[in-house]
Design a protein around this ligand. Structure first.
Ligand SMILES: *Cc1c(COP(=O)(O)O)cnc(C)c1O
Length: 368
C-alpha cells in the first residue's frame, strides 16, 4: 500500500455533462453556443486535459490572460474568452494577436481599446452590471461607450452575470435578465447570461451563448438539487487509503482539541488525507466518507462519519459499525458514491471550493 491521494478525472463524464448542457439549450429552442468555463485550472480538474476533453465546446472561458496563453501553449485551438479581460495595453496587444476574445467591464479597458489601434478584429464582450455589483459597466455607461467601441476593431456582444442563479425562481435573476435583454435588443447585440444554475433552471436566460462551469464537472448547479437529478455525472473522484485502525475506549477522545469523544468502545479508522491535500479543515464530525470495504458496499451502506477534527495529513472516521474495513482499503472523499455537494454542505462551503483547493500532493489520473 501507498499513502497516496488520487483525483481520478473521468473525461467521458466531462463530455457527457457538456452534452447535458447542449440538451438544455436545444430544449429551450435557443441552441446556444457554449463557452465551457475552464478557469482556475478547470475548477481544479487540470486545465489542459479538461480543455482537450471539452474539444466540442464552441469556446473555452478563462479568468485571465495567463490561462489563455497556457491553453494555446498546450496546443488547444478552441476559441478562448478572457472573463476578467485585460489590464494593460501590453495584455491587450497579446490578446489581440493571439485572437482571444476579451470581456470589457470598466472604463479603463475601453480607453485602452481606443488608444491601442489594433490591426486585428477583436471579439469583445461588453459586461453589464445588472445588479450583482462586482464586475461590469452600469447600463448608461455601457450605452454611452458603445459608439466609441464600434469605432474600434471590436466585434461586440453583451453579457452579464447572475448573483443568485443557484436559487431557483429568484426574482433578482429575472430582473437582471430583463435589464440585459433590454440592452441587447436596443443595441442589437448577441447576449450571454447563463451560468450552470440558469442553464438548468431558467431556459429564458439561454440566449445566444451560455457559460457552464460547475455542471461540466458534475456538481449540482442549484441549491436543493442533487447533480444526479439533472443527469450530471461527477468528473472527479477523490480517494485516499485507510492507514491505520485502532480501538478507542468509551469516553476517550480522538484528534486535535479532543473534540470528538467516543460514546462506546469504538473502532477508529485513520485515512491518509488532510487539509494539506485539500480536504476541507472545516468538515465537521459526521461528514460522510465512502468506504466500500471488503463487503464492497454501495450507497448509504458504504458511508462512515468523520470523527474529530481534520488534521494536515489525516482524518479519522468512526468504523464501529464497519468490521469489514481493513487497513489499506480505499476511501472516497467525494465523487462516485458521494457527491461533492454533500461534503461541501458539511464543511460550510461549496463544491467549487473543494475542487479548487486540492494541493500539489494530490496525484491526478485521467481516464476515458
Ligand atoms: C465562472 C463563471 C461562469 C460559470 O459559473 P458556474 O456557476 O460554475 O456555472 C459563468 N460566467 C462567468 C463570467 C464566470 O466567471
Amino acid at each position: 500500500m501507498k499513502r497516496e491521494v488520487v483525483a481520478r478525472i473521468r473525461l467521458d463524464a466531462l463530455r457527457h455533462n457538456l452534452a447535458v448542457v447542449r440538451k438544455h439549450c436545444a430544449a429551450s429552442g435557443n441552441h446556444s453556443r457554449v463557452i465551457a468555463m475552464v478557469k482556475a485550472d478547470a475548477y481544479g480538474h487540470g486545465l489542459l486535459p479538461v480543455a482537450r476533453a471539452l474539444g466540442d465546446a464552441d469556446m473555452l472561458g478563462v479568468a485571465v490572460l495567463e490561462e489563455a496563453l497556457e491553453l494555446r501553449a498546450g496546443g488547444i485551438a478552441t476559441p478562448l474568452v478572457i472573463m476578467e479581460g485585460i489590464f494593460s495595453a501590453d495584455e491587450l496587444r497579446t490578446a489581440a494577436s493571439e485572437g482571444f476574445a476579451i470581456v470589457v467591464h470598466q472604463q479603463e479597458q475601453i480607453e485602452m481599446l481606443r488608444a491601442t489601434g489594433l490591426p486585428q478584429r477583436l471579439p469583445v464582450w461588453v459586461k453589464l452590471d445588472t445588479g450583482m455589483h462586482r464586475l461590469g459597466l452600469q447600463v448608461d455607461v455601457a450605452a454611452a461607450a458603445l459608439p466609441d467601441l464600434r469605432k474600434t476593431s471590436a466585434t461586440l456582444g453583451v453579457m452579464s452575470h447572475f448573483a443568485c442563479a443557484d436559487e431557483p425562481g429568484c426574482a433578482m435573476t429575472r430582473k437582471q435578465l430583463a435589464t440585459l435583454l433590454a440592452f441587447a435588443q436596443a443595441h442589437e447585440l448577441p447576449a450571454s447570461a447563463a451560468n450552470s444554475g440558469a442553464i438548468v433552471d431558467m431556459p429564458a436566460a439561454h440566449l445566444d451563448v451560455v457559460r457552464p462551469g460547475i455542471m461540466l464537472y458534475g456538481a449540482a448547479p442549484t441549491r436543493g438539487t442533487e447533480a444526479s437529478d439533472v443527469e450530471l455525472q461527477p468528473a472527479m473522484t477523490l480517494t485516499a487509503r485507510v492507514l491505520a485502525i485502532k480501538a478507542v475506549p468509551d469516553g476517550d477522545s480522538v484528534g486535535y482539541g479532543a473534540a470528538w469523544i467516543a460514546r462506546r468502545d469504538s473502532r477508529i479508522g485513520v485515512i491518509g488525507i488532510g487539509y494539506g491535500d485539500g480536504y476541507p479543515r472545516h468538515a465537521a464530525s459526521g461528514t460522510p466518507v465512502c468506504i466500500p470495504g471488503a463487503d464492497n458496499r454501495h450507497g448509504a451502506n458504504a458511508l462512515v462519519p468523520l470523527a474529530g477534527r481534520v488534521s494536515m495529513d489525516m482524518i479519522t472516521v468512526d468504523l464501529s459499525d464497519r468490521p469489514d474495513v481493513r487497513v489499506g482499503d480505499l476511501a472516497v472523499l467525494w465523487g462516485d458514491g458521494l457527491p461533492a455537494d454533500v461534503v461541501a454542505r458539511h464543511a460550510d462551503t461549496i463544491s467549487y471550493e473543494l475542487f479548487c483547493r486540492l494541493t500539489s500532493r494530490v496525484r491526478f489520473e485521467y481516464v476515458d
